[in-house]
Design a protein around this ligand. Structure first.
Ligand SMILES: [Zn+2]
Length: 538
């Protein structure tokens, strides 16, 4: 009250210039200017100019953050400077991303930044940061906001204790209010960043921590040459493909003309070790087992061992790199020499597109005749939503009536994808090994569908396992003798692959009945699980 009265007196007696001078001697004035500058201005600019990444509702968040900063200034002007700088930098980063690339899914952006190798990062900084006028404009904007805060601090001579307490209480009240009215505030850049960072930490920690550990391990491991007869290995990792819908395994519609006609193939009835991607792919491709999942975190996958064997390894994927459902898979993909995701190679509009797009990220110059190379293709296969998994002209059932029809069509389309990949390599001179198996099965009924059920069904684990070799392979024949009619558990596919390329002498096949329902430690006996269509027995 006293402050306002003295300002009013100043205005009445000495006019504008003196009012301004009186204002400038007040900490609250500079604080308000600095807090408003740092939390508001860039958002207003964004709403006017970068409408794709800023929305008017962000002003709610800006108001709360500005008020919070102002109150904090009264608690401690020094702490204010630190926090205000942080707010400025986060708002700057957001504005910067918005200006250059549009923000989109922020956690993917964060993840890409954290996950990219140092060399790429320094190139990025050279191009987009040091050489960017907009970056320097934003930086001076933040520094000026902080400078206003420094001016405020200069005016802060002995803030009374009761003022500090009152401001502190006000701040707490504001935080409580913000928590209560969260949906109104969550779009604000600073808060969006906060939640995205939290999500990244929660969901992608495994990618971030596993990679350096595996790199260190591999650096110490000696080369292990293997007498492989195969110059090229093609491993197609499918998605949600239940063999009950494959003609090759007795389904009554022609869903697998290519696999049917493939002469000399070796194929087995198999079960996947888990009924969802995130856990299944690590068990299939790393030393992790159904009852020893933790080995995934500490041991390299078959990709690294193949590299030690003298192979150049490619990972070509039609799935998402950064998603809570595939982060463990990305961690494995990172062990390859060349990693390409359709999403990043071809653009976001190709996300969730048809698997044949994979042939567009396999470039002719990738294939070097005579050089040992392994190509992993990670399909979207029969991932729900099935009607989007195949081009209409490729439909086996041209007028699909229900989910089951769409699922059948997706299985038939995968056969066409397999054929395209196969033909591409068959045209080359190099002897090659072709492998197809999906991550898990799917249960498909007209009303209820899916996988990853907490009480899982046998159908979620029933998968195909197909091998084909362009040259005589005594080891592949040995696999066939060992398996006969038994059901293979793909939990040791890493070992089977290393056996086929001659890196190990033990075929490593698993016939165990153990599977994981959703994830560790929920170990179940496959043969005792409930089922939808029929019960499979050993
Ligand atoms: Zn899956």
């Amino acid at each position: 009250m006293e402050a306002i009265r003295s300002l009013r007196v100043a205005w009445r007696q000495r006019g504008w210039s003196l009012l301004a001078r009186a204002l400038m001697q007040r900490m609250g004035f500079w604080l308000a200017l600095s807090a408003g500058w740092l939390s508001y201005l860039l958002v207003v600019f964004g709403i006017l100019v970068e409408g794709h990444s800023y929305w008017p509702r962000m002003l709610w968040g800006a108001t709360v953050v500005a008020l919070g900063l102002w109150l904090l200034g009264w608690v401690s002007p020094t702490l204010y400077l630190v926090v205000a700088f942080f707010v400025g930098v986060v708002n700057l980063s957001y504005g910067y991303i918005a200006h250059n690339w549009r923000v989109g899914a922020l956690e993917y952006r964060l993840m890409t930044t954290l996950d990219s190798p140092w060399r790429e990062r320094s190139e990025f900084i050279a191009t987009y940061v040091v050489g960017s006028k907009f970056f320097w404009f934003l930086t001076s904007y933040v520094l000026f906001g902080v400078f206003l805060g420094v001016l405020a601090r200069r005016q802060a001579r002995g803030i009374p204790f009761r003022v500090r307490v009152a401001a502190g209480l006000g701040l707490l009240l504001l935080v409580g209010l913000g928590y209560w009215k969260w949906p109104l505030l969550e779009d604000y850049p600073l808060l969006r960043f906060g939640t995205a960072a939290h999500r990244v930490y929660k969901d992608y920690r495994v990618i971030l921590t596993r990679r350096p550990r595996i790199r260190r391990l591999m650096a110490r491991m000696p080369e292990t040459p293997c007498p492989s007869p195969f110059t090229k290995v093609v491993f197609v990792l499918g998605e949600s493909a239940n063999r009950d819908f494959m003609h090759l395994y007795g389904f009554d519609m022609p869903t697998t003309p290519f696999l049917d006609s493939l002469e000399g193939k070796v194929y087995f009835k198999a079960i996947s070790p888990v009924n969802q991607t995130l856990t299944s792919v690590p068990v299939i491709l790393t030393p992790a087992k159904v009852d020893e999942f933790d080995r995934f975190y500490n041991e390299p996958s078959v990709l690294s061992y193949l590299r030690k064997c003298g192979y150049q390894v490619f990972w070509l994927s039609n799935q998402l790199r950064y998603s809570p459902y595939t982060s463990t898979v990305s961690s494995i993909a990172d062990e390859a020499d060349v990693v390409r995701f359709i999403f990043y190679e071809l653009g976001e509009e190709y996300a969730g597109g048809y698997d044949e797009n994979l042939m567009r990220i396999l470039y002719p110059e990738d294939i070097v005749p005579g050089k040992r190379q392994v190509f992993f293709f990670h399909l979207l296969g029969s991932h729900f939503d099935w009607k989007q998994r195949y081009p209409p002209e490729a439909a086996l059932i041209s007028n699909p009536q229900n989910n089951v029809d769409h699922y059948i069509n997706s299985i038939a389309y995968t056969d066409r994808v397999l054929e395209r990949i196969f033909r591409y390599f068959a045209e080359q001179e190099d002897p090659f090994l072709f492998v197809y198996t999906p991550d898990h099965g799917e249960f498909v009924a007209p009303k209820e569908v899916g996988h990853a059920f907490a009480t899982s069904y046998q159908e979620e684990y029933r998968i195909p396992l197909v091998f084909w070799a362009s040259v005589e392979s005594p080891r592949l024949q040995r696999l066939q003798q060992l398996v006969q009619d038994r059901i293979v558990n793909t939990e040791t596919m890493d070992l089977v692959l290393l056996y086929l390329v001659g890196q190990r002498e033990d075929p490593g096949l698993s016939f165990r009945p153990w599977v994981l329902s959703l994830g560790p430690p929920r170990v179940r006996n496959y043969y005792e699980l409930p089922y939808i269509t029929y019960q499979e027995r050993p």
